[in-house]
Design a binder for this molecule. Structure first.
Ligand SMILES: Nc1ncnc2c1ncn2[C@@H]1O[C@H](COP(=O)(O)OP(=O)(O)OP(=O)(O)O)[C@@H](O)[C@H]1O
Ligand SMILES: O=C(O)c1ccc[n+]([C@@H]2O[C@H](COP(=O)([O-])O)[C@@H](O)[C@H]2O)c1
Length: 221
């Protein structure tokens, strides 16, 4: 295997911004991208749709998309979905020399210093951070958030194309062109409030949400 590239998320629901990120990474690195739905995302108090629905929506979103795959390992594990655990498990499977890349959005990068054993992530994998409106994607912007975070990541910066030259340890920044404004929180709110939301998700995902009445406001009894 040339490289293993994973993109984790709650995907509650998956939206066109997620899909655009996965496609941009696939095309920039010329790799398969594994979408990894989280069972129990560490920094979210609760998920809204249950894991079975979130998984099905991810499967529907990637069906027919070349080189996009679904990796169910975090759902099978059931414990908090710490990325370090997922990446160590994958590292055990692919061996020490295969490049391993974990894709995160710029909002996740800005919170990386709060992740479980976050410095160890770089022992196991590269991180590839993609642009998201409203969040910095540069060392100065990160320094304004947390000096320790910026000091850890600045020496690790590499162009995206160079990530696949080594197994782990780098951070690459990939601006989205155009940036994607979709957010699962806003989509859930629009569904509950009767606003426009369907164009922000792949059509089979919109049909699934409607069929199962996901995210609808439950009327008080
Ligand atoms: N519009 C977007 N552009 C770039 N990255 C994104 C975008 N939406 C989500 N991501 C990234 O995708 C990953 C999974 O995101 P997640 O499933 O939490 O969706 P979300 O839209 O951020 O959800 P929520 O609004 O519920 O927090 C995260 O690393 C996040 O930073
Ligand atoms: O490992 C951690 O401590 C950690 C903290 C926050 C988020 N993550 C992972 O980052 C991915 C995006 O998380 P979220 O909450 O934005 O959907 C998902 O795979 C999470 O499991 C991981």
């Amino acid at each position: 295997m040339r490289a293993w590239v994973g993109y984790g998320g709650t995907f509650d629901p998956i939206h066109n911004g997620h899909l655009a990120v996965a496609l941009a990474v696939r095309d920039r690195l010329d790799v398969d991208v594994h979408l990894v739905p989280a069972s129990d995302p560490p920094h979210k108090s609760a998920t809204h749709a249950d894991a079975r629905h979130r998984l099905r929506m991810v499967e529907l979103a990637v069906a027919g998309e070349r080189r996009l795959k679904v990796d169910r390992r975090e759902l099978a594990r059931g414990t908090p979905s710490y990325s370090i655990d997922t990446l160590r498990e994958v590292r055990g499977e692919v061996g020490p020399r295969t490049p391993l890349v974990w894709v995160i959005g710029a909002d996740s990068l800005a919170q990386l210093h709060r992740w479980h054993r976050w410095r160890e992530l770089f022992d196991v994998a590269h991180l590839l951070a993609v642009g998201r409106p409203g969040f910095p994607l540069d060392p100065d912007g990160l320094a304004a958030i947390d000096a320790g975070l910026a000091a850890e990541v600045a020496p690790r910066l590499l162009p995206p194309d160079r990530l696949l030259e080594t197994p782990a340890g780098g951070l690459a920044l990939l601006p989205m062109d155009p940036p994607r404004s979709e957010s699962s929180t806003e989509i859930r709110a629009a569904i509950a409030d009767g606003g426009a939301w369907a164009p922000q998700v792949p059509p089979p995902v919109a049909a699934y949400i409607n069929r199962h009445r996901l995210y609808a406001r439950t009327d008080p009894a």
